[in-house]
Design a protein around this ligand. Structure first.
Ligand SMILES: Cc1cc2nc3c(=O)[nH]c(=O)nc-3n(C[C@H](O)[C@H](O)[C@H](O)COP(=O)(O)OP(=O)(O)OC[C@H]3O[C@@H](n4cnc5c(N)ncnc54)[C@H](O)[C@@H]3O)c2cc1C
Length: 322
């Protein structure tokens, strides 16, 4: 493919080399759970791992790449992004048991597998520990990137090793010790920090512990029931917007500051769970971000506590759209 797009640059890739789907000027509201946001210059869904490697090798070295899963923790600003967003959801979808490892059973899950599927797969193989993943509406790749967690459990507790890919399409297996892992943050330890953001997860090996299928299924059911009661799942959201500050709860602070129900346009702080911001209609990314900014400023002004975002915000503001 030799084509220019609205962002005005050429992508010189022989289309015969690619087996995945390449789109231009893609509306990202379709690919993020907030159902809002701008356009990306290029959007690619690789056919498989080999195809992803080919794409990465041919993508211009100076142009940004963002890897995503289900977009359940992501906001792309209304001005969009002059690079490529690569979606792995339902593409790198290997899911299998690695049998008779000397320490028991391991599960390999591709980055595009949904967390819910991994949780059910583990349960169906009499493994326990993965139940918390059932209610996280993202992919394995997203869970690895975010160290997603809930109900006292986190993704990386269960990781034996991961498989990564870099800009050259080179695959590598890495150990948890290769990463700095914290609360909703994961960073590759490397001497050249700029390289760390250009190394992505394509899969991981998970070691859960022996359990009972029925009790794992029951735990999943209970945890999903709790979510239904405590989270506003009837509007587009990105889950918890802010990380909990040490020893405190973001939702409690937001509520104490009287911000439940605060709205700008169609972006509204949930009255059920104050750490969720709802898209109650046609919210723009700017409206959502303005609510985020106002919540941060108000909580800081009233309590002195700085709320940091858990959601990832990328792209340009509308006025700077290329
Ligand atoms: C209703 C609701 C409930 C939620 N509940 C929880 C919860 O209980 N706990 C929790 O932790 N989160 C929760 N979330 C947030 C979200 O589901 C998680 O953060 C999830 O792990 C994101 O996965 P994703 O595939 O959607 O990632 P995306 O949103 O697509 O991406 C998130 C970040 O990860 C990066 N990324 C994605 N894939 C890769 C990859 N393969 N390699 C490298 N980087 C990658 C992206 O670039 C981005 O920075 C919730 C969200 C919603 C909407």
């Amino acid at each position: 493919m030799n084509t220019s797009n609205r962002q005005g640059y050429l992508l010189d890739i022989d289309s015969h080399l690619l087996r995945g789907e390449l789109r231009q000027h893609e509306y990202m509201g379709k690919h993020v759970s907030w159902r809002a946001g701008g356009h990306v210059a290029y959007f690619y869904q690789p056919a498989d791992l080999e195809d992803l490697a080919v794409f990465l090798r041919h993508w211009p070295k100076e142009k940004p790449i963002v890897m995503i899963g289900l977009g359940s923790n992501l906001l792309v600003r209304d001005g969009g992004l002059a690079g490529v967003i690569i979606s792995l959801h339902a593409k790198l979808n290997d899911l299998f048991l690695v049998e008779h490892d000397e320490h028991g059973d391991l599960i390999y899950a591709g980055a595009g597998i949904s967390c819910a599927k991994l949780a059910r797969f583990a349960a169906s193989h009499n493994l326990a520990g993965a139940e918390f993943l059932a209610g996280i509406p993202g992919t394995v790749g997203g869970a690895l990137a975010m160290n997603a967690g809930c109900y006292g459990s986190e993704t990386w507790t269960w990781v034996e090793r991961v498989k990564t890919i870099d800009r050259n399409g080179t695959l590598q297996e890495r150990a948890p010790s290769d990463y700095r892992i914290g609360y909703r943050q994961v960073a590759l330890r490397t001497a050249i920090p700029s390289i760390a953001s250009d190394v992505w997860f394509v899969g991981g090996w998970f070691r859960f512990y022996p359990g009972q299928q029925e009790s794992a299924r029951q735990t999943i059911k209970t945890l999903l029931g709790t979510r239904l009661q405590t989270q506003p799942l009837n509007f587009p959201t990105a889950g918890s917007v802010f990380r909990n500050p040490p020893g405190n709860h973001a939702a409690r602070l937001i509520e104490q500051c009287g911000l439940k129900g605060f709205r700008i346009g169609d972006a509204v702080v949930s009255t059920l769970h104050a750490n969720f911001i709802l898209n109650c209609g046609h919210a723009t990314a700017s409206e959502i971000e303005a609510v985020i900014d106002t919540v941060q400023a108000t909580v800081y002004q009233k309590t002195g506590i700085e709320l940091l975002t858990e959601v990832r915000i990328i792209g340009l503001h509308k006025e700077s759209e290329p």
